[in-house]
Design a protein around this ligand. Structure first.
Ligand code: ADP
Ligand code: ASP
Ligand code: MG
Length: 414
């Protein structure tokens, strides 16, 4: 008998009919002889609404109270899912993060899971056939405060729970039937991947493919949890894995140069204008930002002219206000003009094959140039190239790159 963790995202539990439909999926897994634990998100739109309430009261709100508010969406759906399962004659019980407990770091709003004690849930599974329904996205700190994991965090709850319960697989049920070569809502001819490596999925997720939260992929890779992305609204047809399996790259026979295009409109560009080109400036910028737990993504510093240079980097839009505040309060940056631009998008191409192929970047730059799209910042890793462009060209750029790498239909090498 296999033990699996299944997770339902916001649209999959958007209302009572959807919750009942999700409960039927759980019942089907149980009927196949599996032991199942369920993780649920808040009903779609609810987390946004809760965040908006906090912002309305104060844009720079107390992070502990923010967590207390936004964690509540998942409390509702975990209870409702337990009821829906009970209605089907399945013994089910809801669990909030603190009840398990899911112990988290105290970085409120984007906490990390430190430890999950799965003993009681596993005991009830084994002894009573009880299905645990866990509120995703939330945990508790060592100081007994409720905390949340960041947007999309229920994916991470599910993978962490799968690791804690030594589950055979973690199924992520969502509103698309797998991971595609690009967001299928933007690229009509995007192709569904049968399998994708953890490494590539990690880069796609961290570049904005929100089908899986980045940290959930990181954790799956570290703990070796096979993850499947599949649709809540389609019936699986004749396959053990109807969706996309995220797995080790040794398990993937066909390696492509580029496997996906991702975009993100969640970042903002910050520029420090004409900073003195002397040692210590970068430390003065990035030190205080790191202390404030603000992640910096792309960084570019221009060649200095007359001993002055512009320094540009990106932070998430959600943290822009805080970042600006931190930089303005930094004595080492006194008198320096700091500009920001929120109308930007980051477009990335990802593929393991890049490690061994030349010319991948050139294909990207040419495709963008042909459409008159200006590149503001470039960054690369071993298997990813990202560019920052004006937000208005996002869709055009994603489609152009998807075509340039031959991701639709028959593939060609870059
Ligand atoms: P859930 O609420 O179930 O967690 P999300 O909205 O977080 O769902 O993630 C699913 C969405 O991810 C899809 O609706 C799709 O628009 C988007 N998405 C972005 N990139 C991709 C991709 N490469 N493949 C599949 N879906 C993607
Ligand atoms: N409800 C949370 C969010 O919208 C967590 C999740 O859905 O994964 O970000
Ligand atoms: Mg999600």
């Amino acid at each position: 008998m296999a033990r699996i963790v299944v997770k339902f995202g916001g649209t999959s539990v958007a209302g009572i009919p959807q919750i009942e439909n999700a409960a039927a999926k759980v019942a089907a897994e149980i009927a196949r002889g599996h032991q199942v634990a369920v993780v649920v998100s808040a009903m779609s739109g609810v987390t946004n609404q809760l965040i908006e309430y906090c912002r309305e009261i104060s844009p720079l709100h107390d992070a502990r109270e923010y967590d207390a508010v936004v964690a509540s969406g998942e409390n509702v759906t975990s209870g409702l899912m337990a009821l829906a399962l009970q209605k089907r004659g399945i013994q089910a019980r809801s669990w909030q993060g603190w009840q398990i407990p899911i112990l988290c770091s105290d970085v409120h709003g984007k906490a990390r899971i430190l430890e999950i004690d799965g003993t009681e849930i596993a005991r009830r599974m084994d002894n009573d056939n009880e299905v645990a329904v866990i509120a995703g996205f939330q945990g508790v700190t060592s100081r007994q405060r409720v905390t949340t994991l960041g947007r999309g965090g229920s994916d991470t709850t599910a993978v962490a729970l799968a690791a804690a319960l030594q589950a055979e697989r973690c199924d992520i049920y969502t509103d698309v039937n797998g991971v595609y070569t690009a967001d299928p809502r933007i690229v009509q001819h995007a192709r569904k991947l049968k399998k994708i490596s953890y490494e590539e999925m990690y880069e796609l997720a961290s570049s904005g493919s929100k089908v899986l939260m980045t940290r959930s992929v990181e954790m799956a890779m570290k703990m070796n949890v096979p993850v499947q992305v599949l649709s809540t609204f389609e019936e699986p047809i004749g396959s053990d894995y109807p969706g996309t399996l995220v797995t080790r790259d040794e398990d993937i026979v066909e390696q492509e140069v580029v496997n996906g295009v991702a975009h993100s409109k969640d970042e903002a560009k910050v520029t420090l204008v004409k900073v003195p080109d002397i040692p210590g400036i970068a430390a003065g910028v990035f030190g205080p930002l790191a202390e404030a737990n603000i992640n910096v993504d792309m960084i570019v510093q221009n060649v200095s002219q007359d001993g002055k240079t512009d320094m540009t980097f990106t932070v998430s839009k959600a943290e822009l206000q805080r970042a600006m505040q931190v930089l303005k309060n930094e004595p080492r940056l006194a008198g320096i003009e700091i500009r920001f631009d929120e109308d930007v998008a980051k477009i990335s191409v990802v593929g393991i094959g890049m490690k061994s192929h030349a010319g991948v970047a050139q294909t990207m730059f040419t495709a963008l140039a042909e459409r008159g799209i200006n590149i503001q910042v470039i960054s690369t890793s071993e298997i990813k190239i990202s560019v920052l462009i004006a937000a208005e060209y996002t869709e055009l750029a994603v489609r152009a790159l998807h075509a340039a790498y031959g991701l639709e239909g028959d593939r060609k090498l870059a």
